[in-house]
Design a protein around this ligand. Structure first.
Ligand SMILES: Cc1cc2nc3c(=O)[nH]c(=O)nc-3n(C[C@H](O)[C@H](O)[C@H](O)COP(=O)(O)OP(=O)(O)OC[C@H]3O[C@@H](n4cnc5c(N)ncnc54)[C@H](O)[C@@H]3O)c2cc1C
Length: 388
């Protein structure tokens, strides 16, 4: 089928779907509330189904160019002393070499470049109203104009506006996992030098701070901490300074470099569970319907791969409803399994007691032993690989 689509959200999922549809002659409009590519972001491990999909999409070369070399994953104590370390080359081998460390904005950049002007981009805009006419949708944009298309895709992230508009209040679909997360980038020569090419995480209970060195003196920081209250603090910077105090010199410098609150990525850690991803000729994609959370470490990967599955069904099925049925039937079990693995890995990602922290340390030491490739792969991805 060749058709037309309006995609709300030009993030990883929306751009991936657009990339695949325009390749098959579809007419695609992306509507994105940000003024352009979002520069704010965090470092991601990119592997698994999204890696396979990116290869099929012909994007791997560009993603490699934009990716960062990381020597090791090191867990450090409050004084910066290494408690455990795993070589990234070993991690990559455990995933059969199919792993990239890439900043979220760079993944979006690669997709945006590959689409070029083959799709229409409406930045600083959003969907205001949707009318399902049976054989397609009429979408009115907040910016004023109206578009008729075969379908509307809500690829607008964990707090999806399309989902809220057509499915209802967000609370019924969000499974809060008891954590808040934050991320920002900054320049600091001393912090960059202290990282020495490693991805460094604090080996701490109930809170963790992770740092990656980027080009020059740029550093990407991310944080995650427990919170019984899903509501976000009014002053993000103050909340982070308070919660991450006492983690040593490098952490203190990182907090000093925290930009104003509005430049900090800050959100709840949550999963999204929507009983039916379809509403007539409207469908949800990516975090909007399948957020697995950073505990699973695969959200971006699944966003790319899920978009490819949806595109495959749209170009081969006889009708939009048949395509959406096929997409949900094929993709939902993969997402459910990843969400379950993410929840199982919560204690691994962020220990909630001293005993759990020590267990993780022991596992990390075991992983460093020769022949522990499978254990390593399971630790990183929640599943096994062929590596030894
Ligand atoms: C700290 C952190 C670390 C992570 N690490 C990893 C990792 O290592 N590996 C991995 O695979 N995944 C990781 N993830 C998960 C990954 O980032 C997400 O799963 C992925 O970004 C989801 O893509 P998406 O396109 O569905 O949503 P998003 O990336 O959220 O994109 C949604 C887009 O919709 C736009 N939008 C929102 N509302 C509207 C609106 N009303 N109108 C128009 N546009 C709108 C947004 O501006 C955005 O461009 C991590 C996430 C976090 C927070």
């Amino acid at each position: 089928m060749i058709g037309s689509a309006v995609i709300c959200g030009a993030g990883i999922a929306g751009l991936s779907l657009a990339h695949e549809l325009v390749r098959h002659g579809w007419e695609v409009t992306l509507v994105e509330r940000a003024p352009g590519l979002r520069e704010q972001g965090y470092m991601m491990d990119f592997f698994g189904p999204g890696y396979e999909a990116a290869e099929r999409m012909g994007l791997l070369g560009r993603l490699r160019e934009l990716s960062h070399d990381v020597d090791a994953l090191a867990y450090v104590d409050e004084r910066g002393r290494t408690r455990a370390s795993v070589g990234y080359a070993r991690l990559a081998r455990a995933l059969d070499g199919r792993l990239l460390s890439i900043m979220r904005p760079d993944l979006e950049r690669a997709l945006r470049e590959a689409i070029g002007d083959a799709a229409e981009f409406r930045y600083r805009d959003t969907v205001r109203e949707v009318t399902d006419r049976g054989d397609g949708v009429r979408v009115a944009f907040a910016g004023g104009s109206v578009r008729d298309a075969g379908l509307l895709v809500g690829a607008d992230g964990i707090h999806s506006h399309v989902r809220r508009h057509l499915w209802g209040a967000e609370e019924q679909f969000i499974r809060y996992l008891g954590l808040h997360t934050a991320a920002y980038t900054f320049d600091d020569r001393q912090v960059h030098a202290a990282l020495a090419g490693r991805f460094v995480m604090t080996d701490t209970v109930d809170r963790t701070l992770g740092l990656y060195g980027l080009d020059g003196d740029r550093v990407a920081a991310f944080m995650a901490h427990t919170s019984d209250d899903p509501d976000l603090p009014a002053d993000r910077r103050a909340a982070l300074r308070d919660r991450y105090a006492g983690l040593g010199r490098v952490a203190a410098r990182t907090l000093d470099r925290c930009p104003p609150g509005e430049e900090v990525y800050y959100d709840q850690v949550a999963q999204v569970e929507v009983p039916d991803w379809r509403r007539g000729n409207v469908v949800l994609l990516g975090d909007a319907c399948q957020a697995v959370s950073l505990l699973a470490g695969q959200g971006a990967s699944l966003a790319v791969a899920g978009a490819c599955v949806l595109a495959d069904h749209l170009v081969t099925a006889p009708s939009v409803p048949a395509a959406l049925r096929g997409y949900q039937a094929q993709w939902r079990p993969v997402v459910t399994a990843a969400q379950r693995a993410g929840r199982r890995g919560a204690e691994w990602f962020l220990p909630r007691s001293e005993a759990a922290r020590r267990r993780r340390l022991l596992m990390l030491h075991l992983m460093a032993l020769p022949g522990a490739g499978r254990l390593l792969a399971r630790g990183v991805t929640g599943r096994t690989s062929s590596a030894r």
